[in-house]
Design a protein around this ligand. Structure first.
Ligand SMILES: Nc1nc2c(c(=O)[nH]1)N[C@H]1C(S)=C(S)[C@@H](COP(=O)(O)OP(=O)(O)OC[C@H]3O[C@@H](n4cnc5c(=O)[nH]c(N)nc54)[C@H](O)[C@@H]3O)O[C@H]1N2
Ligand SMILES: Nc1nc2c(c(=O)[nH]1)N[C@H]1C(S)=C(S)[C@@H](COP(=O)(O)OP(=O)(O)OC[C@H]3O[C@@H](n4cnc5c(=O)[nH]c(N)nc54)[C@H](O)[C@@H]3O)O[C@H]1N2
Ligand code: SF4
Ligand SMILES: [Mo]
Length: 741
C-alpha cells in the first residue's frame, strides 16, 4: 500500500500565486490540482501548476553542489562547495574588494522567501554596486514612473479587476502570462466576469493575442509607439474637457504641465507613427472618461520598449486624469500583510535615479541596479572597477538579456563565478560552484513581494510539503554565503543572520514614534517571535509589525505567524482600499504628475514621431506552457504550440516568399527560425518567444537541449535602452527577414 496524502502549496511559477493541492505518494509529488478552498485562487490552475510534480521530480535537477575540478563541474559535498567559495571568492575580494563582485538576480527571486529575504543580504555583505537583475529586462520603467510620481518605487498601481467597468490592457497578454504586476489568480475568469457584469475590455497590442480575442475593442498599434498613443489620449482628455480628478484634485500637482506637454500629441499627430486611426484614439479617450469606473493596465509591451518609462507613466497619468486612481473599480494600491504598517501622511525624500552610474557606458543607476544589458561590458571591459567575480541567483541572463554570446564569453573570463540554481544551464555552466536549492515541494512559500500587487488583499503561507532530507533549504544556502561575506565563515550558525536582521528592524521600529511598537523593549519583542526556522521568525516579525498585525500583543486579534499557519487555505483581507495620501512619499507630499526627468525625456518621443522606418519590427510573445528560459525540460510542457517559431502575417510571408525557415537579422546578429503564418499579426510585425537557444554545450537539461530553439536576444546588441530606467528594448526591434537558404 502506497502512503498517499495531500499537502497545500502556493504555486511559485508565476505571479498569479494559485493555491495547489499536491498529491504525495511515498514522499513523491505525483499530482497537483487547484485548491478549491484557497481564499485567493478558489481552485484555478494552469498547465504549469499542474506540472508541479514533474518539475519537482525532474531528474535533471541538481541534488548536490557542483564544483569545477580540472575544468569539469563535478558533484561535491556542501562543505567542500562552501570551502571553495570561501577561498576563491575571498581571494577576489581580498585582491579587488567586494565592489568587484557582480550580482545578477533572476526572476524566481520574486517568488521565493530566499530571494526576498536573503538575497539582499548578500549584496549588502559584498558592498557592491555591480548589481543587475531581470527588472531591467522587465518592469524597471514602472518602478521609475511610480517613484517619480508617488515618491515610492514600489507603490504599484493595480487594476481593480473585480470591480472595474472598463479595462484597458496595453502591452500585456494575461490569458497566457496569467498576469504580471497585477497578482490575480484566474485572470481569464476575471475578464469573463467583467463582461458578465456589463463591463468592457479594450486591448492594445500589435498582435491579436488570446487576450485581444476576448476584447470588445482591439487596437493594433505599431510596436514601440504606446507612449505616443497614450499621450494622444491625454491630449483628448484635455482638449475635450474630460479631465476630472475627483477626490484626488487636492493631492495632485503638475496637471497644467501635463496639459502643455500633451498639446503636440494630438491623435492626428501620432496616428501615422502609431498606425492607429485618430478617430479610434478619440473614441477610446471619450469612453475612458465616460465609464463609471475604468482602469488602464500596461505591462511588458509598454515597458520593455524605447519609451518604457514615459509609457508606464502615462498609464497612471490617464488613471489619474479620469479620476480612477485609488478608487474602487479603478487602479488601486494593494496593502500586503508583510509590508510595514501605514504611517500618517507626510512628505518624503522622493525618488531619484542616477545616484551613481555604470562604469563603462555611464548608465544611471535605478533602484540601486544597473542595466542587465550592460552586464557583459562591465565584465569584459578592463579598468578600475571591472567585475572580477560573478554571483547569479535564480537567473539565466545568457538567454534572457541582449547579446547572450557576449555575456557567455564574459562569464567564461571571470576569476570566479558562483550560481545558486537548481539547473546546469546556459548561464550556470560557467560557474565554478553551483549550489542547488531543493525542489519547491521541500521549500516553504510566502509571497513577500507579490502580496503588494494583489488585486485583492490576502495572506497565505505554505510550509514545506516534504522534508529536506539533509539538504539545506535556500534561506540556509544564502545565509551561509552571507556568513562567509561577514567573515564569520560558512560553518557559523545561519540563525545569526536572521537574529541580526530582527535586532536591527526591531531597534528601528521601537524607536519610531509612528510604529505600532513604539517605545517597546526589543528583547521582549524578540522573545515573542514564532519558534520556527529563521525565515518564519522574520515573517512573524513582519506580519506583526504590518497593517493587519497583532503589534506584538497590542492588537490581540491581529495577524501572527501562528494564526496564519492555522489557516492553511489563507486569510482573505478584503478588497483594495484607498491609500492616498498615506502612501505618498514625494517631497511635496502630493502626486507629482509632471516629474522633471520624464518631462525632459518627452522631446525624445516627439523627435521619434517623425521617424519613418521600413522593414519589420520584432516583438516577443509568451506561451502558456512555458516560463522564460527554464521550463523547456518538462515533458508535460513541451511540444504542441509551445515552439520557438517566427510568427508573421500570411501576406507578409507571401511577399517575402517565406515558406518553412526564415533568416532573421537584427542589430546584434542573425538566426534561423521556422515560419508560422498567423493572420493575427499586424502587417510588418513579427514575433519570436524568448528563453530558447538551448544548444550550448555543457548544460544539463536533456529534453530542452533536444529541441533547443533559437535565442531571440541574440538579435539584440544591447545598446538600446529606455534611458530613464536602463531597461533593455526587447520589443519593437528593427529586423530584416528573408527565406533561408
Ligand atoms: N526578448 C525577450 N527577452 C526577455 C523577455 C521578453 O519578453 N523578451 N522577458 C524578460 C523578463 S520579463 C524576465 S523576468 C527575464 C527573466 O530572466 P531570468 O530571470 O534571467 O531568466 P529565467 O529564465 O527566468 O531563469 C530563472 C532561473 O532561475 C532558476 N530557478 C528556478 N527556480 C529557482 C529557485 O527556486 N531558486 C533558485 N535559486 N533558482 C531557481 C532556473 O533554473 C533558471 O536558471 O527575461 C527577460 N528576457
Ligand atoms: N506562461 C507564461 N507565463 C508567464 C511567463 C512566461 O514566460 N510564460 N513569464 C512571466 C513573466 S517573467 C512576466 S514579466 C509576465 C509578463 O506578462 P505579460 O506582459 O502579460 O506577457 P507578454 O506575453 O510578454 O505580453 C506582452 C504583450 O505585449 C505585446 N507587445 C509587444 N510590443 C508591444 C508594443 O510596442 N505595444 C503594445 N501595446 N504591445 C506590445 C505582445 O504582443 C504581447 O502580447 O508573464 C509571466 N508569466
Ligand atoms: S497561473 Fe501561475 S501560479 Fe497559477 S498554477 Fe499557473 S503557474 Fe502556478
Ligand atoms: Mo518578467
Amino acid at each position: 500500500m502506497a502512503d498517499t496524502r495531500t499537502a497545500l502549496r502556493i504555486c511559485p511559477f508565476c505571479e498569479a500565486t494559485c493555491g495547489l493541492t499536491l498529491t504525495i505518494d511515498d514522499g513523491v509529488v505525483t499530482a497537483a490540482r487547484g485548491d478549491r478552498d484557497d481564499v485567493f485562487s478558489a481552485g484555478f490552475i494552469c498547465p504549469k501548476g499542474a506540472s508541479f510534480g514533474e518539475l519537482d521530480n525532474d531528474p535533471d535537477r541538481l541534488t548536490q553542489p557542483l564544483i569545477r575540478r580540472d575544468g569539469v563541474l563535478t558533484e561535491a559535498t556542501w562543505d567542500e562547495a562552501y570551502a571553495v567559495v570561501t577561498e576563491r571568492l575571498g581571494a577576489v575580494i581580498g585582491a579587488h574588494g567586494g565592489s568587484s563582485v557582480g550580482v545578477y538576480l533572476g526572476n524566481p527571486n520574486a517568488h521565493t522567501i530566499a530571494g526576498s529575504l536573503y538575497a539582499p543580504l548578500i549584496i549588502r555583505g559584498l558592498g557592491t554596486r555591480q548589481v543587475f537583475s531581470a527588472s531591467t529586462l522587465d518592469q524597471m520603467p514602472k518602478h521609475v514612473a511610480l517613484g517619480l510620481m508617488f515618491g515610492s518605487a514600489v507603490a504599484f498601481t493595480v487594476p481593480d479587476l473585480d470591480r472595474t467597468d472598463y479595462l484597458v490592457i496595453i502591452g500585456a497578454n494575461p490569458l497566457v502570462s496569467n498576469g504580471s504586476l497585477a497578482t490575480a489568480a484566474d485572470f481569464p475568469g476575471k475578464l469573463r466576469a467583467l463582461h458578465k457584469r456589463g463591463g468592457k475590455l479594450v486591448v492594445i497590442d500589435p498582435a491579436r493575442t488570446q487576450t485581444a480575442k476576448l476584447a470588445d475593442r482591439h487596437l493594433a498599434p505599431r510596436p514601440g509607439t504606446d507612449a505616443a498613443l497614450l499621450f494622444a489620449i491625454v491630449h483628448v482628455l484635455f482638449e475635450e474637457d474630460l479631465v476630472d480628478l475627483g477626490r484626488l484634485a487636492e493631492h495632485v500637482t503638475g496637471v497644467e504641465q501635463v496639459r502643455a506637454l500633451a498639446d503636440e500629441f494630438s491623435p492626428e499627430a501620432v496616428a501615422p507613427a502609431c498606425g492607429v486611426g485618430a478617430d479610434e484614439i478619440r473614441e477610446l479617450a471619450r469612453e475612458l472618461a465616460a465609464a463609471p469606473t475604468a482602469a488602464v493596465y500596461g505591462r511588458i509591451g509598454t515597458s520593455t520598449v524605447e519609451f518604457g518609462t514615459i509609457g508606464s507613466w502615462l498609464v497612471d497619468v490617464i488613471n489619474i486624469l479620469t479620476g480612477n486612481l485609488d478608487r474602487p473599480g479603478g487602479a488601486m494600491f494593494a496593502l500586503g500583510a508583510a509590508a510595514p504598517a501605514p504611517r500618517p501622511p507626510r512628505p518624503g525624500r522622493g525618488f531619484k535615479t542616477g545616484r551613481w552610474a555604470s562604469r563603462v557606458s555611464g548608465y544611471p543607476e535605478a533602484l540601486s541596479e544597473l542595466p542587465a544589458a550592460a552586464l557583459a561590458e562591465e565584465i569584459d571591459t578592463a579598468g578600475e572597477g571591472q567585475i572580477k567575480a560573478m554571483i547569479t541567483i535564480a537567473g539565466n541572463p545568457v538567454l534572457s538579456a541582449p547579446d547572450g554570446d557576449r555575456l557567455d564569453r564574459a562569464l567564461d573570463s571571470v576569476e570566479f563565478m558562483l550560481s545558486v540554481d537548481p539547473y546546469l544551464n546556459e548561464t550556470t555552466r560557467h560557474a565554478d560552484v553551483i549550489l542547488p536549492p531543493p525542489p519547491p515541494a521541500r521549500s516553504a512559500h510566502f509571497d513577500v513581494a507579490l502580496n503588494n500587487l494583489a488585486v485583492r488583499n490576502n495572506v497565505r503561507y505554505s510550509s514545506p510539503a516534504l522534508p529536506l532530507d539533509g539538504r539545506p533549504d535556500e534561506p540556509e544556502i544564502l545565509s551561509r554565503l552571507a556568513l562567509i561575506l561577514y567573515g564569520i565563515g560558512a560553518d557559523g550558525d545561519p540563525a545569526l543572520v536572521d537574529a541580526q536582521v530582527i535586532a536591527t528592524t526591531l531597534a528601528k521600529e521601537t524607536a519610531d514614534p509612528c510604529s505600532p511598537v513604539a517605545g517597546r523593549d526589543v528583547d521582549e519583542l524578540t522573545a515573542m517571535l514564532y519558534p520556527g526556522p529563521g525565515y518564519e521568525r522574520r515573517l512573524d516579525m513582519m506580519l506583526r509589525l504590518g497593517p493587519y498585525g497583532d503589534a506584538f500583543g497590542a492588537r490581540p486579534d491581529g495577524l501572527t505567524m501562528e494564526r496564519l499557519k492555522a489557516s492553511p487555505h489563507g486569510i482573505d483581507l478584503g478588497p483594495l482600499q484607498p491609500r492616498i495620501p498615506e502612501i505618498l512619499r514625494t517631497p511635496s507630499g502630493r502626486i507629482e504628475l509632471a516629474p522633471e526627468p520624464i518631462v525632459a525625456d518627452v522631446a525624445r518621443l516627439r523627435d521619434a514621431l517623425g521617424r519613418t522606418a521600413g522593414g519589420f519590427l520584432l516583438i516577443g510573445r509568451r506561451h502558456l506552457r512555458s516560463n522564460n528560459s527554464w521550463m523547456h525540460n518538462l515533458p508535460a510542457l513541451s511540444g504542441g504550440s509551445n515552439r520557438c517559431t517566427l510568427q508573421i502575417h500570411p501576406d507578409d510571408a507571401a511577399d517575402l516568399g517565406l515558406t518553412d525557415i526564415a533568416v532573421i537579422k537584427g542589430p546584434g546578429g542573425e538566426l534561423l527560425a521556422p515560419v508560422e503564418v498567423n493572420d493575427g499579426m499586424r502587417r510588418g510585425v513579427v514575433s519570436l518567444p524568448h528563453g530558447w537557444g538551448h544548444d550550448r554545450g555543457g548544460t544539463g537539461q536533456q529534453l530542452a537541449a533536444s529541441r533547443p530553439g533559437a535565442n531571440v536576444n541574440q538579435l539584440n546588441d544591447g545598446t538600446h535602452l529606455d534611458p530613464l530606467s536602463g531597461t533593455a528594448v526587447l520589443n519593437g526591434i528593427p529586423v530584416d527577414i528573408a527565406p533561408a537558404g
